[in-house]
Ligand binder design. Structure first.
Ligand code: HEC
Length: 228
């Protein structure tokens, strides 16, 4: 009796304190938003040079963002042997279990699909973007633009997509048509999906029908009661 009556006011004090703190937090957050992005008084706008360091993507399909520069297959071969062959093999055949970069044509639908530059990549500019961004594996983004053009020229050469005396630059790279160019968009093979253009708006004609409650019975739906 004595204890519970002592506790009640304490609980009330805790509740009031919590409300005050929470309320204060909400009010001060709203006030902070009014003051805009300056609210913490720290940080500064990124400089153009800093943004340039991050903004290195090349759009895979049309090559938007490809830098100026160029490189020959011959120079690329030398750089490749120094920086890439230890993993990918002298001719892209792959060393041990490191990824191979040549061959694999017509294997994508087989039980043992081999994804290489020639068998898999749909667009040539994407190879430039990938190599400059990620390789060599242990020193990504260490290649200059010219070196990247040269190495990609060698990669395309060993995949029979560029002659040995060729020079690669933005224009010649964009002009290369990769063998798997049309391999990515195919008709949906599922039997219950209608053929033709996929529907993108107002597609559902009837309300969905629940055909099994197995997931509920197994208890793996997030909230069994709400699903009913
Ligand atoms: C230390 C080993 C190593 C070295 C050296 C290396 N790579 Fe790689 N490379 C990898 C690994 C591992 C992957 C797979 C990465 C992944 O799937 O995330 C890869 C993937 C690739 C791919 C994509 C393969 C595909 O078709 O899916 C290309 C292209 C490539 N590397 C090019 C290069 C080039 C060019 C160099 C040299 C400048 C280089 N690599 C150096 C290990 C290496």
């Amino acid at each position: 009796m004595f204890r519970s009556s002592e506790r009640r006011p304490r609980a009330a004090i805790v509740a009031v304190t919590l409300l005050t703190v929470l309320g204060g937090a909400i009010v001060s957050d709203a006030a902070a938003q009014d003051r805009g992005p300056q609210r913490f008084g720290i940080g500064r706008a990124a400089t153009a040079i800093e943004i340039k360091g991050w903004d290195i993507d090349v759009r895979a399909d049309d090559g938007l963002g490809l830098p100026p520069g160029k490189g020959t297959v011959a120079v690329g071969e030398k750089l490749y042997q120094e920086q890439c062959a230890s993993c990918h093999g002298e001719f892209g055949e792959g060393n041990g279990r490191w990824p191979e970069l040549i061959g694999g044509e017509k294997t994508l639908k087989s039980d043992d699909p081999r994804k290489t530059v020639a068998s898999y990549w749909p667009y040539a500019p994407g190879i430039f973007d990938y190599v400059r961004r990620t390789m060599p594996f242990a020193a990504p983004q260490s290649l200059s633009d010219d070196d990247t053009y040269a190495i990609v020229a060698y990669l395309l050469n060993i995949n029979d997509l560029l002659p040995a005396d060729a020079t690669l630059d933005a224009a010649t790279l964009k002009a290369i048509r990769m063998p798997n160019r049309d391999g990515f968009v195919q008709a949906d093979p599922r039997p219950d999906v209608p053929a033709g253009e996929p529907c993108m708006s107002n597609c559902r004609k009837e309300p969905p029908k629940i055909t099994s409650d197995l997931a509920q019975r197994l208890g793996v739906t997030p909230d069994n009661r709400r699903q009913k």
